[in-house]
Design a protein around this ligand. Structure first.
Ligand code: ATP
Ligand code: MG
Length: 282
């Protein structure tokens, strides 16, 4: 049965993002919990374009959902001009919240994270969707440590004519070299490799406890990041990590898109292959 906004009771704010505010809500009759993302009426036309894109993608992913992509139940368009996206509630927050609360992740958890995100990406890529915003705050977690990809605000449905330079909204910190400079790093650029770079950077951050491309106290402005990503060496892989984990991150963090492993190749990398718990390999 469909859920109406009036069936829902606001509990509290879960967090704020660029696009709007996310609330924890409860269905009055069933007491089921959901997350409701509200997009404000002051949103610019840019925001509206992104919302249209986000809802288009959510529609594509809701017919045959993946256990590693956050489930969207419905999209509401309010008379005020506001929009709201009703999603499943993930009770442990994001990998970013967990990192801030508990500190760096052990390798065994990161293998679990990597495998689950790869399954989610494999699903999205099979629907021709490039996520383009993989980062710790867009990876939601529940109390069974199931990891799901969320936030399709800047995702793109790939079509035949490739336009890697489309304008970008949001943080560029996890953006791959070829998205800044397709001529230098693009090679046989197909768009999908950008998500693999962001996954590598995300895992490295979760291992180190800080964002790998910036020094301590360095401001993450666009120019600094662009220089670090395009002109700098690829981020250094820590020597205390296991050989398997180092190799996995090196496969993700190749500056040239064409040298990076695909999601499919990575799923058979020894860091993740054959280690799945029943739950996360669904
Ligand atoms: P950005 O705008 O850069 O994506 P963000 O990811 O933090 O930043 P939102 O996607 O709007 O912004 O989400 C805001 C916060 O709300 C998240 O960081 C997370 O803590 C919380 N949140 C979002 N979706 C859910 C959900 N389905 N279940 C539980 N918490 C959620
Ligand atoms: Mg987000």
């Amino acid at each position: 049965s469909t859920i109406a906004l009036s069936d829902l009771e606001k509990l509290h704010v879960l967090g704020h993002g660029n696009g709007g505010t996310v609330y924890k809500v409860r269905h009055r009759r069933t007491s089921s919990l959901y997350a409701l993302k509200l997009l404000s009426p002051t949103a610019s036309s840019d925001d509206r374009r992104l919302l249209t894109r986000e809802t288009d993608i959510l529609r594509r992913t809701s017919s045959l959902p993946s256990p590693h992509v956050v489930l969207c139940h419905s999209v509401f368009h309010l008379p005020s001009g506001d929009s709201a996206i009703l999603m499943e509630y993930m009770d442990s927050g994001t990998l970013d919240t967990l990192l801030r609360r508990d500190g760096p992740f052990p390798e065994s958890s990161l293998s679990d994270v990597a495998r689950q995100v790869l399954h989610g990406l494999s699903y999205l890529h099979s629907l021709s969707i490039v996520h383009r915003d993989i980062k710790p705050s867009n990876l939601l977690v529940d109390s069974d440590f199931r990891v799901k990809i969320s936030d399709f605000g800047v995702s793109k449905v790939m079509c035949r004519s490739l336009d890697p330079c489309t304008s970008y909204v949001g943080t560029c910190a996890y953006m791959s070299p070829e998205r800044f400079d397709p001529e230098a790093y693009g090679g046989n650029y197909d768009g999908y490799a950008a998500d693999v770079w962001s996954l590598g950077l995300t895992l490295l951050e979760l291992y180190l406890g800080y964002f790998p491309l910036l020094g301590p106290g360095q401001r993450p402005d666009w120019a600094t990041l662009m220089c670090a990503i395009c002109f700098g060496e690829p981020p250094e892989i820590p020597g205390d990590a296991s050989a398997e984990f180092r190799s996995f991150m090196e496969c993700c963090l190749q500056k040239e898109a064409g040298k990076r492993w695909s999601v499919k190749q990575l799923l058979s990398h020894p860091f993740v292959a054959g280690k799945g718990s029943e739950l996360s390999d669904l």
